[in-house]
Write a protein that binds this ligand. Structure first.
Ligand SMILES: C[S@@+](CC[C@H](N)C(=O)[O-])C[C@H]1O[C@@H](n2cnc3c(N)ncnc32)[C@H](O)[C@@H]1O
Length: 492
Protein backbone atom coordinates (compact mmCIF):
# COMPACT_ATOMS: atom_id res chain seq x y z
CA UNK A 1 0.00 0.00 0.00
CA UNK A 2 1.21 3.50 -0.73
CA UNK A 3 2.66 5.07 2.45
CA UNK A 4 0.34 8.08 2.17
CA UNK A 5 -2.75 5.91 1.74
CA UNK A 6 -4.85 6.47 4.87
CA UNK A 7 -6.64 3.12 4.51
CA UNK A 8 -3.86 1.11 6.13
CA UNK A 9 -6.43 -0.67 8.33
CA UNK A 10 -9.93 -1.93 7.68
CA UNK A 11 -12.38 0.91 8.41
CA UNK A 12 -14.64 0.71 11.42
CA UNK A 13 -17.82 -0.03 9.46
CA UNK A 14 -20.05 0.33 12.52
CA UNK A 15 -18.82 3.85 13.09
CA UNK A 16 -19.08 4.67 9.39
CA UNK A 17 -22.68 3.40 9.29
CA UNK A 18 -23.68 5.95 11.95
CA UNK A 19 -22.99 8.75 9.49
CA UNK A 20 -23.81 6.72 6.36
CA UNK A 21 -26.91 4.63 7.20
CA UNK A 22 -27.00 3.14 3.66
CA UNK A 23 -24.29 0.78 4.89
CA UNK A 24 -26.28 -0.47 7.89
CA UNK A 25 -28.37 -3.17 6.14
CA UNK A 26 -25.19 -4.94 4.99
CA UNK A 27 -23.49 -5.05 8.37
CA UNK A 28 -23.18 -7.98 10.72
CA UNK A 29 -21.24 -6.70 13.71
CA UNK A 30 -18.34 -4.87 12.09
CA UNK A 31 -18.35 -7.15 9.03
CA UNK A 32 -19.58 -5.83 5.72
CA UNK A 33 -21.13 -8.23 3.23
CA UNK A 34 -18.82 -7.82 0.24
CA UNK A 35 -20.84 -10.44 -1.63
CA UNK A 36 -23.57 -7.84 -2.00
CA UNK A 37 -22.75 -5.33 -4.70
CA UNK A 38 -25.06 -2.76 -3.10
CA UNK A 39 -22.90 -2.96 0.06
CA UNK A 40 -19.79 -2.25 -2.02
CA UNK A 41 -21.44 0.76 -3.63
CA UNK A 42 -22.61 2.09 -0.28
CA UNK A 43 -19.06 1.74 1.10
CA UNK A 44 -17.39 3.45 -1.84
CA UNK A 45 -19.90 6.30 -1.70
CA UNK A 46 -19.45 6.69 2.05
CA UNK A 47 -15.63 6.73 1.93
CA UNK A 48 -15.54 9.16 -0.97
CA UNK A 49 -17.88 11.48 0.86
CA UNK A 50 -16.33 11.20 4.30
CA UNK A 51 -12.71 11.39 3.23
CA UNK A 52 -12.78 13.45 0.04
CA UNK A 53 -16.08 15.34 0.20
CA UNK A 54 -17.06 13.72 -3.08
CA UNK A 55 -20.59 12.66 -3.92
CA UNK A 56 -21.11 10.09 -6.65
CA UNK A 57 -23.76 7.86 -8.12
CA UNK A 58 -22.82 4.34 -9.16
CA UNK A 59 -24.95 2.23 -11.50
CA UNK A 60 -25.55 -1.36 -10.36
CA UNK A 61 -24.46 -2.76 -13.71
CA UNK A 62 -20.97 -1.22 -13.80
CA UNK A 63 -17.78 -1.66 -11.79
CA UNK A 64 -17.76 -0.34 -8.27
CA UNK A 65 -14.26 1.01 -7.62
CA UNK A 66 -12.73 0.24 -4.21
CA UNK A 67 -11.43 3.57 -2.91
CA UNK A 68 -8.21 2.36 -1.18
CA UNK A 69 -7.05 0.57 -4.32
CA UNK A 70 -7.78 3.47 -6.66
CA UNK A 71 -6.14 5.90 -4.25
CA UNK A 72 -2.87 3.92 -4.38
CA UNK A 73 -2.55 4.66 -8.09
CA UNK A 74 -3.43 8.35 -7.69
CA UNK A 75 -0.80 8.73 -4.95
CA UNK A 76 1.87 7.16 -7.16
CA UNK A 77 0.95 9.57 -9.97
CA UNK A 78 1.23 12.39 -7.43
CA UNK A 79 4.77 11.17 -6.59
CA UNK A 80 5.72 11.25 -10.26
CA UNK A 81 4.34 14.74 -10.83
CA UNK A 82 5.96 16.11 -7.66
CA UNK A 83 9.30 14.62 -8.69
CA UNK A 84 9.49 16.43 -12.00
CA UNK A 85 7.74 19.58 -10.79
CA UNK A 86 10.55 19.91 -8.29
CA UNK A 87 13.12 19.50 -11.05
CA UNK A 88 11.39 22.04 -13.28
CA UNK A 89 11.36 24.45 -10.34
CA UNK A 90 15.07 23.90 -9.88
CA UNK A 91 15.67 24.61 -13.54
CA UNK A 92 13.75 27.87 -13.31
CA UNK A 93 10.72 26.84 -15.30
CA UNK A 94 7.27 25.41 -14.95
CA UNK A 95 6.16 27.35 -11.89
CA UNK A 96 2.47 28.01 -11.58
CA UNK A 97 1.65 25.85 -14.57
CA UNK A 98 -1.44 23.69 -14.05
CA UNK A 99 -1.08 19.96 -14.40
CA UNK A 100 -3.14 18.26 -17.07
CA UNK A 101 -3.71 14.51 -16.89
CA UNK A 102 -5.65 12.02 -18.95
CA UNK A 103 -7.65 9.12 -17.54
CA UNK A 104 -8.21 6.59 -20.29
CA UNK A 105 -11.46 4.72 -19.62
CA UNK A 106 -12.71 6.70 -16.66
CA UNK A 107 -15.70 4.46 -15.97
CA UNK A 108 -19.07 5.47 -14.56
CA UNK A 109 -17.48 6.66 -11.33
CA UNK A 110 -14.77 8.88 -12.88
CA UNK A 111 -12.92 7.85 -9.73
CA UNK A 112 -9.38 8.73 -10.75
CA UNK A 113 -9.97 12.32 -11.86
CA UNK A 114 -12.32 12.96 -8.93
CA UNK A 115 -9.84 11.67 -6.35
CA UNK A 116 -6.90 13.40 -8.02
CA UNK A 117 -8.66 16.76 -8.34
CA UNK A 118 -9.76 16.55 -4.75
CA UNK A 119 -6.14 16.06 -3.64
CA UNK A 120 -4.59 18.49 -6.10
CA UNK A 121 -6.36 21.83 -6.57
CA UNK A 122 -4.35 22.72 -9.68
CA UNK A 123 -4.83 19.54 -11.64
CA UNK A 124 -7.14 19.12 -14.58
CA UNK A 125 -8.22 16.02 -16.43
CA UNK A 126 -9.40 14.78 -19.69
CA UNK A 127 -11.39 11.64 -18.92
CA UNK A 128 -12.19 9.40 -21.88
CA UNK A 129 -14.85 6.74 -22.03
CA UNK A 130 -15.99 4.36 -24.73
CA UNK A 131 -19.23 3.16 -23.17
CA UNK A 132 -22.20 5.52 -23.32
CA UNK A 133 -23.77 4.35 -20.05
CA UNK A 134 -20.53 4.96 -18.12
CA UNK A 135 -19.95 8.23 -19.96
CA UNK A 136 -23.36 9.57 -18.81
CA UNK A 137 -22.69 8.68 -15.19
CA UNK A 138 -19.14 10.06 -15.33
CA UNK A 139 -20.42 13.42 -16.64
CA UNK A 140 -23.07 13.54 -13.93
CA UNK A 141 -20.58 12.65 -11.19
CA UNK A 142 -18.18 15.34 -12.29
CA UNK A 143 -21.03 17.87 -12.36
CA UNK A 144 -22.34 16.80 -8.94
CA UNK A 145 -19.00 17.81 -7.49
CA UNK A 146 -18.76 21.10 -9.35
CA UNK A 147 -15.63 19.95 -11.18
CA UNK A 148 -16.75 20.31 -14.79
CA UNK A 149 -14.22 23.09 -15.37
CA UNK A 150 -11.39 20.83 -14.32
CA UNK A 151 -12.53 17.43 -15.54
CA UNK A 152 -13.59 17.17 -19.14
CA UNK A 153 -15.29 13.85 -19.89
CA UNK A 154 -15.28 12.82 -23.54
CA UNK A 155 -17.15 10.06 -25.23
CA UNK A 156 -14.72 8.67 -27.75
CA UNK A 157 -15.56 8.96 -31.39
CA UNK A 158 -12.54 8.63 -33.61
CA UNK A 159 -12.09 11.89 -35.45
CA UNK A 160 -8.94 12.50 -37.41
CA UNK A 161 -9.23 16.30 -37.18
CA UNK A 162 -7.05 16.56 -34.11
CA UNK A 163 -5.95 20.04 -33.07
CA UNK A 164 -3.08 21.05 -30.83
CA UNK A 165 -3.36 19.81 -27.27
CA UNK A 166 -1.99 21.40 -24.13
CA UNK A 167 0.93 19.66 -22.45
CA UNK A 168 -0.37 16.54 -20.78
CA UNK A 169 1.67 15.75 -17.69
CA UNK A 170 0.48 12.16 -17.35
CA UNK A 171 -2.01 9.67 -18.59
CA UNK A 172 -3.51 7.04 -16.32
CA UNK A 173 -5.59 4.03 -17.16
CA UNK A 174 -7.20 1.01 -15.59
CA UNK A 175 -7.76 -1.04 -18.74
CA UNK A 176 -10.15 -3.95 -19.10
CA UNK A 177 -8.13 -6.95 -17.88
CA UNK A 178 -9.33 -9.76 -20.07
CA UNK A 179 -9.15 -10.72 -23.71
CA UNK A 180 -12.34 -12.80 -23.92
CA UNK A 181 -15.42 -14.00 -22.07
CA UNK A 182 -13.74 -17.39 -21.73
CA UNK A 183 -10.82 -15.77 -19.98
CA UNK A 184 -13.15 -13.99 -17.55
CA UNK A 185 -14.90 -17.26 -16.80
CA UNK A 186 -11.66 -19.14 -16.40
CA UNK A 187 -10.30 -16.61 -13.96
CA UNK A 188 -11.02 -17.34 -10.36
CA UNK A 189 -8.63 -14.61 -9.32
CA UNK A 190 -10.82 -11.62 -10.10
CA UNK A 191 -11.33 -9.85 -6.81
CA UNK A 192 -12.50 -6.30 -7.41
CA UNK A 193 -13.68 -4.87 -4.11
CA UNK A 194 -11.91 -7.19 -1.72
CA UNK A 195 -11.22 -10.89 -1.37
CA UNK A 196 -14.83 -11.91 -1.09
CA UNK A 197 -16.34 -9.23 -3.27
CA UNK A 198 -18.67 -9.79 -6.18
CA UNK A 199 -17.79 -8.03 -9.42
CA UNK A 200 -20.43 -6.00 -11.18
CA UNK A 201 -18.25 -5.19 -14.21
CA UNK A 202 -19.97 -5.00 -17.59
CA UNK A 203 -18.22 -6.73 -20.54
CA UNK A 204 -16.97 -3.37 -21.84
CA UNK A 205 -15.22 -2.83 -18.51
CA UNK A 206 -13.73 -6.31 -18.31
CA UNK A 207 -12.84 -7.31 -21.86
CA UNK A 208 -10.70 -5.76 -24.58
CA UNK A 209 -9.25 -7.59 -27.59
CA UNK A 210 -5.93 -9.09 -26.55
CA UNK A 211 -6.46 -8.22 -22.89
CA UNK A 212 -4.76 -5.50 -20.87
CA UNK A 213 -1.24 -6.32 -22.08
CA UNK A 214 -2.18 -5.67 -25.68
CA UNK A 215 -4.15 -2.54 -24.75
CA UNK A 216 -1.16 -1.06 -22.93
CA UNK A 217 1.27 -2.38 -25.53
CA UNK A 218 -0.61 -0.31 -28.07
CA UNK A 219 -0.26 2.74 -25.84
CA UNK A 220 3.49 2.12 -25.68
CA UNK A 221 3.77 1.94 -29.47
CA UNK A 222 1.68 5.09 -29.91
CA UNK A 223 3.65 6.98 -27.27
CA UNK A 224 6.81 6.73 -29.36
CA UNK A 225 5.12 8.99 -31.87
CA UNK A 226 3.68 11.21 -29.13
CA UNK A 227 0.19 9.73 -29.35
CA UNK A 228 -2.38 9.03 -26.68
CA UNK A 229 -4.42 5.91 -27.19
CA UNK A 230 -7.86 6.63 -28.53
CA UNK A 231 -7.67 10.33 -27.90
CA UNK A 232 -8.20 11.25 -31.49
CA UNK A 233 -11.53 12.90 -30.83
CA UNK A 234 -10.16 15.37 -28.33
CA UNK A 235 -9.08 18.76 -29.57
CA UNK A 236 -7.90 20.05 -26.19
CA UNK A 237 -9.74 23.35 -26.49
CA UNK A 238 -11.72 23.02 -23.29
CA UNK A 239 -8.74 22.62 -21.01
CA UNK A 240 -6.54 25.08 -22.84
CA UNK A 241 -9.07 27.83 -22.21
CA UNK A 242 -9.40 27.15 -18.53
CA UNK A 243 -5.76 26.42 -17.67
CA UNK A 244 -4.56 29.90 -16.60
CA UNK A 245 -7.61 30.63 -14.44
CA UNK A 246 -7.53 27.46 -12.47
CA UNK A 247 -5.67 26.71 -9.29
CA UNK A 248 -7.99 28.01 -6.62
CA UNK A 249 -7.81 25.63 -3.67
CA UNK A 250 -10.98 23.63 -3.21
CA UNK A 251 -11.53 24.04 0.49
CA UNK A 252 -12.84 21.14 2.49
CA UNK A 253 -12.09 18.57 -0.20
CA UNK A 254 -9.36 16.96 1.79
CA UNK A 255 -9.76 15.29 5.13
CA UNK A 256 -6.63 16.42 6.91
CA UNK A 257 -7.16 14.08 9.82
CA UNK A 258 -7.05 11.06 7.53
CA UNK A 259 -4.16 12.50 5.57
CA UNK A 260 -1.94 13.67 8.40
CA UNK A 261 1.10 12.76 6.32
CA UNK A 262 -0.38 14.65 3.40
CA UNK A 263 1.74 15.10 0.30
CA UNK A 264 4.03 18.05 -0.04
CA UNK A 265 7.34 18.83 -1.65
CA UNK A 266 9.15 18.55 1.64
CA UNK A 267 8.53 14.79 1.65
CA UNK A 268 10.49 14.34 -1.52
CA UNK A 269 14.03 13.16 -1.70
CA UNK A 270 14.52 15.39 -4.66
CA UNK A 271 14.71 19.12 -5.21
CA UNK A 272 12.63 21.48 -3.14
CA UNK A 273 11.48 25.05 -3.50
CA UNK A 274 14.74 26.52 -2.26
CA UNK A 275 16.79 25.20 -5.16
CA UNK A 276 17.15 27.29 -8.28
CA UNK A 277 19.35 27.40 -11.30
CA UNK A 278 18.38 31.04 -11.56
CA UNK A 279 21.60 32.80 -10.63
CA UNK A 280 23.80 31.60 -13.38
CA UNK A 281 21.33 30.85 -16.07
CA UNK A 282 17.61 30.63 -16.29
CA UNK A 283 16.45 27.84 -18.46
CA UNK A 284 13.04 27.66 -19.96
CA UNK A 285 11.33 24.30 -20.12
CA UNK A 286 11.70 24.36 -23.85
CA UNK A 287 15.44 24.58 -23.16
CA UNK A 288 15.33 20.98 -22.06
CA UNK A 289 13.05 20.02 -24.86
CA UNK A 290 10.17 18.71 -22.74
CA UNK A 291 7.44 21.20 -23.51
CA UNK A 292 7.21 19.97 -27.04
CA UNK A 293 6.20 16.50 -25.89
CA UNK A 294 2.44 15.95 -25.90
CA UNK A 295 2.64 13.68 -22.85
CA UNK A 296 5.32 13.65 -20.20
CA UNK A 297 4.44 10.35 -18.44
CA UNK A 298 2.26 7.55 -19.69
CA UNK A 299 1.05 5.14 -17.01
CA UNK A 300 -1.32 2.23 -16.69
CA UNK A 301 -2.50 -0.07 -13.97
CA UNK A 302 -2.14 -3.79 -14.68
CA UNK A 303 -4.00 -6.64 -13.03
CA UNK A 304 -1.69 -9.50 -13.97
CA UNK A 305 2.02 -9.84 -13.35
CA UNK A 306 2.35 -11.51 -16.75
CA UNK A 307 1.11 -8.28 -18.32
CA UNK A 308 3.91 -6.34 -16.59
CA UNK A 309 6.38 -8.72 -18.25
CA UNK A 310 4.78 -8.14 -21.66
CA UNK A 311 4.58 -4.37 -21.32
CA UNK A 312 8.22 -4.09 -20.25
CA UNK A 313 9.13 -6.24 -23.28
CA UNK A 314 7.22 -3.83 -25.50
CA UNK A 315 9.00 -0.87 -23.90
CA UNK A 316 12.31 -2.51 -24.71
CA UNK A 317 11.20 -3.21 -28.28
CA UNK A 318 10.30 0.47 -28.66
CA UNK A 319 13.64 1.57 -27.22
CA UNK A 320 12.11 3.16 -24.11
CA UNK A 321 14.41 2.76 -21.11
CA UNK A 322 12.95 5.57 -18.98
CA UNK A 323 10.22 3.70 -17.16
CA UNK A 324 8.86 2.90 -13.72
CA UNK A 325 7.12 -0.04 -12.08
CA UNK A 326 5.19 0.00 -8.84
CA UNK A 327 3.05 -2.47 -6.93
CA UNK A 328 -0.19 -1.77 -5.10
CA UNK A 329 -1.08 -4.22 -2.37
CA UNK A 330 -4.44 -3.78 -0.73
CA UNK A 331 -5.48 -6.66 1.49
CA UNK A 332 -5.23 -9.75 -0.71
CA UNK A 333 -5.46 -7.78 -3.93
CA UNK A 334 -2.24 -7.12 -5.78
CA UNK A 335 -2.00 -4.77 -8.75
CA UNK A 336 0.88 -3.17 -10.61
CA UNK A 337 1.35 0.04 -12.51
CA UNK A 338 3.85 0.78 -15.22
CA UNK A 339 4.83 4.29 -16.25
CA UNK A 340 7.12 5.37 -19.05
CA UNK A 341 8.39 8.54 -20.65
CA UNK A 342 9.92 9.37 -23.99
CA UNK A 343 11.30 12.53 -22.37
CA UNK A 344 14.43 12.98 -20.31
CA UNK A 345 13.11 13.42 -16.75
CA UNK A 346 14.35 10.60 -14.55
CA UNK A 347 12.35 9.61 -11.48
CA UNK A 348 13.85 8.92 -8.05
CA UNK A 349 14.39 5.18 -7.60
CA UNK A 350 11.90 5.21 -4.73
CA UNK A 351 9.16 5.99 -7.26
CA UNK A 352 10.37 4.02 -10.27
CA UNK A 353 11.34 0.76 -8.57
CA UNK A 354 9.62 -1.68 -6.22
CA UNK A 355 11.62 -2.04 -3.03
CA UNK A 356 11.59 -5.80 -2.51
CA UNK A 357 10.32 -7.28 -5.75
CA UNK A 358 9.88 -10.99 -6.35
CA UNK A 359 12.39 -12.57 -8.75
CA UNK A 360 10.15 -12.07 -11.80
CA UNK A 361 9.69 -8.38 -11.12
CA UNK A 362 13.34 -7.98 -10.09
CA UNK A 363 14.36 -8.84 -13.64
CA UNK A 364 12.02 -6.16 -15.00
CA UNK A 365 13.08 -3.29 -12.76
CA UNK A 366 14.39 -0.21 -14.56
CA UNK A 367 18.04 0.70 -14.02
CA UNK A 368 18.74 2.81 -10.97
CA UNK A 369 18.82 6.56 -11.44
CA UNK A 370 20.97 7.13 -8.37
CA UNK A 371 24.55 6.01 -7.89
CA UNK A 372 25.97 5.83 -4.40
CA UNK A 373 29.63 5.98 -3.47
CA UNK A 374 30.79 4.93 -0.03
CA UNK A 375 33.89 5.29 2.12
CA UNK A 376 34.80 8.70 0.83
CA UNK A 377 36.43 10.84 3.45
CA UNK A 378 33.82 13.58 3.64
CA UNK A 379 34.00 14.15 7.41
CA UNK A 380 34.96 17.82 7.04
CA UNK A 381 33.08 18.60 3.86
CA UNK A 382 30.59 21.45 3.97
CA UNK A 383 28.42 22.82 1.21
CA UNK A 384 30.77 25.65 0.31
CA UNK A 385 33.71 23.29 -0.05
CA UNK A 386 31.65 20.96 -2.18
CA UNK A 387 30.61 23.87 -4.40
CA UNK A 388 34.24 24.92 -4.78
CA UNK A 389 35.35 21.44 -5.73
CA UNK A 390 32.53 21.02 -8.22
CA UNK A 391 33.28 24.39 -9.75
CA UNK A 392 36.54 22.93 -10.98
CA UNK A 393 34.65 20.61 -13.32
CA UNK A 394 34.83 22.30 -16.69
CA UNK A 395 31.69 23.22 -18.51
CA UNK A 396 29.23 22.34 -15.73
CA UNK A 397 26.75 24.72 -14.14
CA UNK A 398 25.82 24.60 -10.48
CA UNK A 399 22.34 25.25 -9.23
CA UNK A 400 21.80 27.38 -6.17
CA UNK A 401 20.89 25.71 -2.96
CA UNK A 402 20.01 26.91 0.46
CA UNK A 403 22.32 25.19 2.94
CA UNK A 404 20.07 26.14 5.83
CA UNK A 405 17.23 24.07 4.40
CA UNK A 406 18.20 20.45 4.01
CA UNK A 407 15.85 19.02 1.43
CA UNK A 408 17.01 15.48 1.62
CA UNK A 409 17.56 13.22 4.58
CA UNK A 410 21.13 12.81 3.36
CA UNK A 411 21.87 16.52 3.73
CA UNK A 412 21.80 19.53 1.43
CA UNK A 413 21.24 18.85 -2.20
CA UNK A 414 23.10 20.50 -5.04
CA UNK A 415 22.17 20.50 -8.71
CA UNK A 416 24.70 20.26 -11.50
CA UNK A 417 24.02 20.48 -15.19
CA UNK A 418 26.17 19.94 -18.25
CA UNK A 419 25.78 20.50 -21.94
CA UNK A 420 27.73 17.36 -22.71
CA UNK A 421 30.84 15.49 -21.67
CA UNK A 422 33.27 18.20 -20.65
CA UNK A 423 35.10 16.30 -17.91
CA UNK A 424 36.64 13.20 -19.45
CA UNK A 425 40.26 13.38 -20.57
CA UNK A 426 39.41 13.15 -24.25
CA UNK A 427 36.71 15.81 -23.89
CA UNK A 428 39.16 18.17 -22.18
CA UNK A 429 41.71 17.66 -24.97
CA UNK A 430 39.10 18.41 -27.57
CA UNK A 431 37.96 21.52 -25.71
CA UNK A 432 41.49 22.84 -25.53
CA UNK A 433 41.83 22.49 -29.25
CA UNK A 434 38.53 24.03 -30.17
CA UNK A 435 38.17 26.50 -27.30
CA UNK A 436 34.61 27.30 -28.12
CA UNK A 437 32.49 24.60 -26.57
CA UNK A 438 29.14 25.43 -25.11
CA UNK A 439 29.59 28.75 -23.33
CA UNK A 440 26.30 30.57 -22.98
CA UNK A 441 24.53 28.22 -25.34
CA UNK A 442 20.80 27.94 -24.70
CA UNK A 443 20.39 24.84 -26.78
CA UNK A 444 19.56 22.71 -23.77
CA UNK A 445 21.15 20.50 -21.15
CA UNK A 446 22.45 17.07 -21.91
CA UNK A 447 22.54 16.16 -18.24
CA UNK A 448 21.16 17.35 -14.91
CA UNK A 449 22.09 15.60 -11.67
CA UNK A 450 21.40 16.24 -8.03
CA UNK A 451 24.17 15.60 -5.53
CA UNK A 452 23.65 14.76 -1.87
CA UNK A 453 26.15 13.52 0.65
CA UNK A 454 26.53 12.45 4.20
CA UNK A 455 29.49 12.59 6.55
CA UNK A 456 28.31 9.56 8.45
CA UNK A 457 29.63 6.03 8.04
CA UNK A 458 32.89 7.10 6.48
CA UNK A 459 31.23 9.53 4.13
CA UNK A 460 28.74 8.75 1.38
CA UNK A 461 27.81 10.48 -1.83
CA UNK A 462 24.72 10.06 -3.96
CA UNK A 463 24.52 11.37 -7.50
CA UNK A 464 21.01 11.17 -8.88
CA UNK A 465 20.19 11.40 -12.56
CA UNK A 466 17.47 14.00 -12.89
CA UNK A 467 17.43 14.73 -16.58
CA UNK A 468 19.09 13.42 -19.71
CA UNK A 469 19.03 10.71 -22.34
CA UNK A 470 22.52 9.26 -22.12
CA UNK A 471 23.07 6.86 -19.22
CA UNK A 472 26.77 6.49 -19.98
CA UNK A 473 27.15 10.27 -19.69
CA UNK A 474 25.43 10.21 -16.29
CA UNK A 475 27.57 7.34 -15.01
CA UNK A 476 30.74 8.99 -16.24
CA UNK A 477 29.77 12.27 -14.56
CA UNK A 478 28.90 10.55 -11.27
CA UNK A 479 32.23 8.69 -11.21
CA UNK A 480 34.07 11.89 -12.00
CA UNK A 481 32.41 13.69 -9.07
CA UNK A 482 33.24 10.76 -6.76
CA UNK A 483 36.88 10.83 -7.87
CA UNK A 484 37.02 14.56 -7.21
CA UNK A 485 35.73 14.10 -3.69
CA UNK A 486 37.88 11.30 -2.44
CA UNK A 487 39.19 7.79 -2.69
CA UNK A 488 35.90 6.10 -3.59
CA UNK A 489 35.50 2.37 -3.61
CA UNK A 490 33.20 2.40 -6.62
CA UNK A 491 29.48 2.78 -7.14
CA UNK A 492 27.04 0.32 -5.62
C1 LIG B 1 -11.64 -1.54 -15.84
S1 LIG B 1 -12.70 -0.22 -16.29
C2 LIG B 1 -11.98 1.10 -15.32
C3 LIG B 1 -12.97 2.15 -14.90
C4 LIG B 1 -12.40 3.16 -13.88
N1 LIG B 1 -11.29 3.88 -14.44
C5 LIG B 1 -11.96 2.44 -12.63
O1 LIG B 1 -10.75 2.31 -12.39
O2 LIG B 1 -12.82 2.02 -11.87
C6 LIG B 1 -12.19 0.16 -17.92
C7 LIG B 1 -12.99 1.28 -18.55
O3 LIG B 1 -12.42 1.59 -19.82
C8 LIG B 1 -13.46 1.78 -20.78
N2 LIG B 1 -12.84 1.46 -22.07
C9 LIG B 1 -12.63 0.26 -22.64
N3 LIG B 1 -11.93 0.41 -23.78
C10 LIG B 1 -11.66 1.73 -23.90
C11 LIG B 1 -10.97 2.51 -24.84
N4 LIG B 1 -10.40 1.95 -25.88
N5 LIG B 1 -10.88 3.85 -24.64
C12 LIG B 1 -11.46 4.43 -23.57
N6 LIG B 1 -12.15 3.74 -22.65
C13 LIG B 1 -12.24 2.41 -22.81
C14 LIG B 1 -14.55 0.83 -20.34
O4 LIG B 1 -15.81 1.23 -20.83
C15 LIG B 1 -14.44 0.96 -18.83
O5 LIG B 1 -15.26 1.99 -18.34
Amino acid sequence: MHPRNPYQHTPNFTLLARDYPDIQPYLTGNTLDFQDDAAQRALTQALLHRDFNLTIDLPPNRLCPPVPNRLNYVLWIQDIVMAYEGVLGALGGGEGVGVCGVDIGTGASAIYPLLACSLEPKWQFLATELDFESYKYACANVQKNGLEKRIHVVKLDPDPNTRTRPQIEFTMCNPPFYGSVEEVEASSAMKEGGPLGVCTGAPVEMITPGGEAQFVGRMVKESVGGGVTLLESWNGGHLEKSLPNEGKPTSGRRNDREFSSSPGKRHLDGPGPSVRFGKRRRVSESGIGERTRPVRWYTSMLGKMGSVVEVVKELGACGISNYAITEFVQGQTRRWAVGWSCGGFRLPDSISRIQNPNPTLQRLMPSRNALQFHHLDLSNLDLEQLQEILQTIDGCTQGDTNPGTPISSRGPCLFMSAMGDTWSRSARRERKMKMQAHSGSESGFALVCSITWTREGGGGLEVRWVYGFDRALFESFASHVARKLGPGKGAV
